[in-house]
Design a protein around this ligand. Structure first.
Ligand code: FE2
Ligand code: FE2
Length: 440
């Protein structure tokens, strides 16, 4: 009888037994961090690009990326060794921070960095994942990754029209070098170490927000709300005056909705300013951002159908200009606890008046807007205390909000009302002109 063979393999360990799972989990974790940091940084494009359609698109992509990150985290948590923290490791964070660029950079060049270098590399990373994982054993991840690949491919298609005529070669090369040093997001390619002459821009010029937001070719002003029908498009007393023609109210509320572009622009500044926030905070901010971008689209898309030439509608810049002077938790407090929380009574009156028109589409848009806004106030209650803690604010929430309101009024005196009308009153859309439009 022969003696049992002596194994030369190392003694079995729990880690060795689960090596196949651990390896795939390691990749999922990297993918989670990449998606998460895209949300933190690509959001800075929103207020820097001028074309509203591009703002809307970036908001949508930021939201979808937050969704990818969330599903990756959910799946990751089913697997051993995903980890309980949510922090993004430094080498990944450094590249995304680099991609943010400086306030002086051309935003379309920066967009090319995100969309022609970092996101294609993410797509390549997802494809790599599919190639190396076991399709049956890891089916749940495979299904997610297949969906994300389709999303990433669509994002690149959707952004393509905005890339034309932008020379971003130098910037793309710069980011490519930074990424090659990692060998791609998953380290799946050959590493090309950084040359000694590579200079990280973030060390030279740390990023800060621009003092005003970009609205591209559109005319601008300080505020669209006012009291004078010869001057302002949204005449406050008209909104609640039962004698106002409902068609005028519908036009005014669409302008109001379109101007939620303000909210898009200033909310988008909060991600980069809260780098240590839990992922769920950024996830809800991303949702909030995308909701506001849809609300703005309600107006942007409906107004031309009602005969409004968008080149006559001035964009109001005051809210961004004032809020960007405040730290992120104060911005977020004003948004959720003041502007949104107090908008419901007037909007309810407006909705009742618009319903007189039997305009099902308008009723639908306004109802969804109201529903979303209720969620936004809920997000505010959930996240404001956390954001205050992140920023070292120790006062009770109510006291802080009251003080912030006063500070806003003070800053409005300094930074508000500084944007002159781009258009003379004869050319710009005003309450009077809305009245004429509505009666045609
Ligand atoms: Fe909104
Ligand atoms: Fe909102």
């Amino acid at each position: 009888m022969s003696s049992p063979s002596v194994s030369t393999r190392p003694a079995p360990t729990a880690a060795g037994r689960m090596a196949a799972v651990s390896e795939m989990t390691r990749l999922l974790r990297l993918l989670f961090e990449v998606e998460r940091d895209f949300v933190r940084t690509a959001s800075t494009l929103v207020y820097r690009v001028g074309d509203p359609e591009l703002k809307y698109l970036v908001c949508q992509h930021v939201w979808e990326s937050a969704g990818h990150a969330r599903f990756l985290r959910e799946r990751g948590r089913e697997l051993t060794s995903f980890g309980t923290t949510e922090t993004v490791r430094d080498p990944i964070r450094r590249i995304f921070t680099e991609a943010v660029g400086s306030a002086a950079a051309n935003p379309l060049v920066l967009a090319a960095g995100f969309y022609e270098v970092l996101k294609p590399a993410l797509l390549a990373a997802y494809r790599h994942y599919l190639k190396v994982t076991d399709p049956l054993a890891d089916w749940p991840s495979k299904k997610l990754v297949e969906e994300f690949i389709a999303d990433e491919e669509r994002h690149l298609r959707e952004i393509a029209p905005y890339r034309q005529g932008v020379d971003a070669r130098e910037w793309k090369l710069h980011l490519t070098q930074a990424l090659d040093d990692l060998g791609g997001w998953l380290g799946q390619e050959t590493r090309l170490p950084l040359s000694a002459s590579f200079v990280w821009q973030q060390d030279k010029t740390p990023y800060s927000h621009p003092a005003t937001c970009n609205r591209g070719k559109y005319p601008v002003c300080s505020s669209v709300f006012g009291l004078d029908p010869q001057e302002d498009p949204i005449v406050r007393p008209w909104l609640v005056d039962p004698k106002t023609d409902a068609r005028v109210i519908r036009l005014m509320v669409y302008i109001w909705l379109m101007m939620e572009m303000d909210a898009i622009d200033y909310l988008a500044t909060v991600f980069i300013d809260t780098p240590t926030a839990p992922f769920d905070l950024h996830y809800d901010l991303a949702r909030h951002l995308w909701d506001e971008s849809r609300h703005s689209q309600f107006g942007f898309r409906q107004l031309p159908k009602l005969g409004v030439d968008l080149m006559t509608v001035e964009h109001s810049l005051d809210l961004y200009n004032i809020l960007v002077q405040m730290p992120p938790h104060e911005r977020y407090a004003m948004m959720t606890m003041e502007f949104e929380a107090n908008s419901f009574p007037t909007k309810a009156t407006v909705m009742d008046r618009v319903r007189e028109l039997n305009d099902f589409e308008a009723d639908t848009l306004l109802a969804f807007d109201r529903n979303d806004e209720q969620n936004h106030v809920r997000y505010g209650h959930r996240w404001l205390p956390e954001m205050m803690a992140l920023c070292g604010e120790q006062r009770p929430t109510e006291e802080f909000v009251a003080a912030t309101r006063e500070k806003f009024t003070r800053l409005a005196g300094l930074y508000g009302g500084r944007t002159p009308h781009s258009l003379p009153r004869e050319r710009r859309l005003t309450g009077e002109k809305l009245r004429k439009l509505a009666s045609v």
